[in-house]
Ligand binder design. Structure first.
Ligand SMILES: *Cc1c(COP(=O)(O)O)cnc(C)c1O
Length: 222
């Protein structure tokens, strides 16, 4: 945990950025409740999960702690109610009907659900995410939903050892955000960078880095 915080601080300082402008999301998928408790004891408050059933069990077991939960995995439409009820953020919205369902299911007593649109950057083989040229219409529909608050964009570029390649992908996401804001939106979040490439993401403007392995160790399953 402290090692990852030090990496973020060093990357921020190299980029001339305030390290406080970069939030660390600890991705606890596949790790037990005890690992989350240990991270909490080390000062971590925000946790990311990909698999709904696993996440719900952990959220329930950890309800004695004040944690902020982010859903970052693929979303099936029959899962939207539980996601809207139990999470604070969703990073992986890529379709208008999923956004509609999340808004409809967000309980009235809770603040609006914070949303990032997952973008399928050019050249990615992954099937998830909205295409770059469809980001604006999706952003407009999400913005119109009463129980959601559109915060920004998320991407999971293909892993690459080539720093310039990583940089191009993250820059593409940053420029999409700049374009949306130039068109009248006021988005403040770029969710990008993981254990392998968080420095490059910070260099290109990440405001949330999503880090699993570098905090919790290797996962036994994907
Ligand atoms: C698993 C996962 C991460 C964390 O990846 P690490 O390489 O373990 O840091 C980040 N984002 C998403 C969407 C993930 O599924």
């Amino acid at each position: 945990m402290q090692a990852v915080r030090a990496r973020i601080a060093a990357a921020a300082s190299a980029a001339g950025r305030d390290p406080r402008a970069i939030a660390l999301l600890a991705v606890s998928k596949t790790f037990p409740e005890s690992a989350v408790r240990a991270a909490h004891a080390a000062g971590q408050r925000e946790f990311g999960e990909n698999y709904l059933q696993e996440a719900l069990a952990k959220i329930g077991a950890l309800s004695d702690l004040a944690l902020i939960w982010h859903f970052i995995g693929p979303i099936q439409s029959n899962k939207t109610r539980a996601i809207a009820e139990h999470f604070d953020w969703v990073h992986s919205v890529a379709r208008a009907n999923i956004a509609q369902r999340l808004s409809d299911a967000r309980p009235a007593g809770r603040q609006a659900l914070d949303i990032c649109l997952q973008v399928n950057l050019s050249g990615e083989s992954s099937k998830s995410g909205v295409a770059p040229d469809e980001v604006r219409p999706l952003a407009e529909s999400v913005r119109a939903l009463p129980r959601l608050r559109l915060r920004g964009l998320m991407a999971i570029p293909e892993p690459s050892d080539d720093i310039e390649q990583q940089r191009r992908r993250f820059r593409e996401l940053r420029l999409l955000l700049v374009q949306l804001n130039a068109g009248g939106l006021a988005l403040d979040t770029l969710s990008m960078g993981m254990s392998q490439d968080l420095e490059t993401a910070v260099m290109e403007g990440a405001t949330i880095v999503r880090v699993g392995t570098a905090i919790f160790g290797e996962r036994k399953r994907a």
